[in-house]
Design a binder for this molecule. Structure first.
Ligand SMILES: [Zn+2]
Length: 678
């Protein structure tokens, strides 16, 4: 066999085994045999790079080159869906759609997975490009990252061009472990997924267990008039189809054909659709991935085309969203908040409403673009949602304020200091250094829990001290004579005493906290810790380096880019900042890390309950391992219980390993543990 053919055959074989392993989860060969084939291909591709295909299975491991994600135009309409929130609304939608179609319709019900939407473009059956949804018209090209997801076929048996839409997601059970690798940067599985797709190194993406389920295929005209048969075709082409699909039709022939081609899916007559949807909503929590509703689509492709689109949504599909975390209310006002660094955030003031057990009266609106996307104005009736600990969000406008329908426009000036707002990226900023709101926010930040932790100076007290002119700058916190408060209403002796004590006590906070508390843009908790760790363990060292204005001294630190480096130089060469720092130094705050001072470690194990079992090479006695866990905010218990989240096991771990497995705890060996605490 010539080399070219051999490479092609090996590729084919490996892609087939990847499919068996990752899509069907029934491997036919051992991991070792697989690795042998893989290495053989890798060798050949190295020797004969001219024959290596960009869709080779070896591309699955990704590369260390930086991706740039150029924007590309979609060739299919990538619209979002309109939403229904009740069974009644869904019934209405069904009736309206059938009426408009003027014929009997079949419907497909699919889970609306809460991940990252992706559009895969195939040329002559081979993956050619993968674009994010983007604006719906233009998406980012993330092809190199997508190639690393082994559930996505790179080469298919189809000989035509076609397009596939799907959702990339990470399993709930994988989220925590992998989020830790990204320093817990992501607040939920969806964010981790979206963040991974945009990771600049595809080799990093290859290490994240991303999954895909595809739900829409666009084949050359005339392929099939039934969406359900297009799904069957996608399955034939080795795409991963959600087995939890419902198909509802009153036509016996297509029902029978579906049963034959996709035996795993359920359904029946159209009359049973709403009941099915309601039933399916209940099992949401049993799934190992997040879904935020179900999608109901017209099956007949020609009808889809005749029903067409509104400016935002297709008329032939709707999303049925979960009832619980959404509510309807009115927007009473839109207020402008200004943060300590001048960033302007609009906040919707809502008619108080209960969602998932708590009363919601405010929701962030992020920025002007978000408001424009919603087309939101004061007085509008809106749907709001709340999930978990996430801040409530305005989902959509249900009804415009009919007396005065408007879309809220940002004021041109800061409402607190009247200086002109400046737009930078998606956000507006107040750039006035003396803006009273910025100064007050900076005070509140300084005394906050993760910083100087002066708990007697809460939001209200800070506001009082500031407005009265008692404390108007950060050094002022340490200079004010708090005894004067005794003359003010609401300040008894005990309370004043407590304030004085906690202010005094805060002077002993370590340098890392002081550095963070200054509240400089780009210098949060993690960045401050990195600075100290990299030898900038006193303010003098930092200011001296900043004075040299050699950004490489800072940009060389891992995680610091040029932007951060320039910000640090700017902050620590600014005369007002330096004067304030000097004053705080005189007042007795820590401006150098004490030698041997225990570095504050990031609480990566917060809320975790660990059990340790077996013996270890690096942790002997094993209480040393317990210390490492506790230092990072974790808890260690002696025996496995339902509360156990992690089991650290060494040599001969005994029965605890099995018990931990049963309660679903993560099983961590010594090597993995060393990685986690590194
Ligand atoms: Zn201002």
């Amino acid at each position: 066999m010539d080399i070219k053919k051999k490479i092609a055959a090996l590729s084919q074989e490996l892609l087939h085994h990847q499919y068996l392993y990752y899509v069907k989860t029934v491997p036919e060969i051992s991991d070792r045999e697989y690795d042998r084939l893989f290495d053989e291909l890798l060798d050949l591709e190295k020797q004969y790079p001219q024959y290596a295909s960009e869709n080779s299975p070896t591309k699955r491991v990704g590369s260390d080159l930086d991706n740039t994600f150029p924007e590309k135009e979609h060739t299919i309409p990538v619209l979002s869906l309109d939403k229904e929130y009740s069974g009644e609304g869904l019934e209405k939608w069904l009736a309206k759609t059938i009426k408009n179609a003027q014929q009997d319709l079949s419907f497909v019900v699919e889970e609306k997975i809460d991940g990252a939407s992706i559009v895969l473009y195939y040329k002559k059956g081979r993956l050619d490009a993968a674009l994010t949804r983007g604006s719906g018209i233009v998406g980012n090209d993330v092809t190199e990252n997508i190639r690393t997801i082994k559930q996505i076929p790179l080469i298919t048996a189809a000989e035509t061009d076609f397009v596939v839409r799907g959702e990339i997601y990470i399993k709930k059970s994988d989220f925590e472990n992998y989020n830790r690798k990204f320093e817990n940067r992501y607040s939920n599985p969806r964010n981790l997924t979206a963040g991974s797709l945009r990771n600049i190194k595809s080799s990093t993406v290859a290490g994240v267990p991303l999954n895909i389920l595809v739900y829409e295929g666009y084949f050359p005209a005339g392929f099939s008039n039934h969406h359900i048969l297009i799904l069957a075709r996608l399955k034939e082409l080795n795409f991963r189809i959600n087995r939890r699909v419902g198909f509802f039709s009153d036509q016996k022939k297509i029902l029978a054909l579906t049963k034959e081609k996709l035996p795993e899916i359920t359904g029946g007559a159209v009359a049973g659709l709403t009941a099915y949807v309601k039933e399916r909503m209940k099992v949401r929590d049993e799934l190992d991935y997040e879904i935020d509703g179900l999608v109901i689509k017209v099956n007949e492709i020609d009808v889809r085309e005749s029903l067409g689109y509104t400016s935002h949504h297709p008329r032939w599909a709707t999303a049925f969203k979960f009832d619980a975390p959404t509510a309807q209310t009115s927007v009473l006002d839109i207020q402008i908040q200004v943060g300590r660094n001048g960033r302007v955030t609009p906040v919707a003031i809502l008619e108080p409403v209960k969602i998932a057990g708590s009363t919601v009266s405010r929701a962030t609106l992020h920025n002007q673009e978000y408001i424009e996307m919603l087309e939101l104005g004061i007085g509008d009736k809106v749907a709001i949602s709340k999930r978990g600990d996430v801040i409530p969000a305005v989902e959509k406008v249900i009804e415009k304020n009919c007396e005065n329908p408007t879309v809220f426009k940002f004021p041109g000036a800061c409402p607190f200091c009247e200086s002109a707002l400046v737009k930078d990226g998606a956000h507006h900023f107040c750039k006035n250094r003396d803006c009273p709101e910025k100064l007050e926010r900076a005070l509140a930040y300084f005394v906050g829990k993760d910083r100087m932790d002066i708990d007697t100076l809460g939001e209200k007290t800070i506001d009082f001290l500031y407005k009265k002119g008692f404390v108007t700058s950060i050094p002022g916190i340490y200079k004010f004579n708090y005894d004067l408060l005794l003359q003010e209403e609401g300040f008894k002796e005990k309370k004043v005493e407590n304030i004085k004590n906690s202010v005094e006590k805060s002077k002993s906070q370590p340098f890392s906290r002081v550095l963070t508390a200054l509240g400089f843009d780009g210098l949060g908790k993690a960045a401050a810790a990195d600075l100290i760790k990299n030898g900038f363990d006193s303010i003098d060292k930092i200011t001296a380096a900043a004075a040299r204005r050699n950004e490489e001294e800072f940009s060389g630190i891992e995680g610091f880019g040029e932007t951060t480096a320039l910000l640090i130089i700017e902050h620590f060469t600014d005369q007002r900042n330096l004067a304030s720092i000097e004053e705080l130094k005189q007042l007795g705050l820590n401006f150098a890390a004490e030698t041997g001072e225990k570095q504050e470690l990031p609480a990566v194990f917060a809320d975790q309950v660990w059990v340790i079992s077996g013996s270890f090479e690096n942790f002997n006695p094993r209480s040393q391992a317990a210390e490492e866990i506790e230092k990072r905010g974790g808890k260690v218990t002696a025996s496995v219980s339902s509360k156990t989240t992690h089991l650290l096991f060494g040599v001969s771990p005994g029965s605890k390993l099995e018990k931990a497995r049963k309660v679903g705890g993560a099983l961590i060996d010594e090597a993995k543990f060393l990685e986690l605490i590194d």
